[in-house]
Design a protein around this ligand. Structure first.
Ligand code: SF4
Ligand code: SF4
Length: 77
């Protein structure tokens, strides 16, 4: 008899938000993401390109040299 299998569904979603007025388009946040969840979006601003890869670690936010230019938010649901 084979072992039972379980499927885990992650309910917590994360979103990356950028303040267009503060962002200097340095790309540090994109480089800091270990999961390649960020990339360049419209207006040459960083945005989430692979939301399924984001684990909410906040390394992007913590790496930003222009404080408060970006944030990572949890959207449970
Ligand atoms: S929270 Fe972590 S995984 Fe998500 S975009 Fe930022 S650095 Fe990448
Ligand atoms: S690290 Fe900060 S300033 Fe640099 S691109 Fe990302 S949000 Fe903009």
């Amino acid at each position: 008899m084979s072992a039972p299998t379980f499927h885990v569904r992650l309910l917590r979603k994360w979103s990356f938000e950028v303040d267009a007025e503060k962002c200097q388009q340095c790309g540090t946040c994109i480089s800091a993401c270990p999961n390649k969840a960020l990339g360049w979006g419209n207006a040459n601003l960083p945005q989430t390109i692979s939301p399924e890869n984001c684990c909410g670690c906040a390394l992007c936010k913590d790496s930003c040299p222009h404080h408060s230019a970006c944030s990572i938010q949890s959207n449970c649901g």
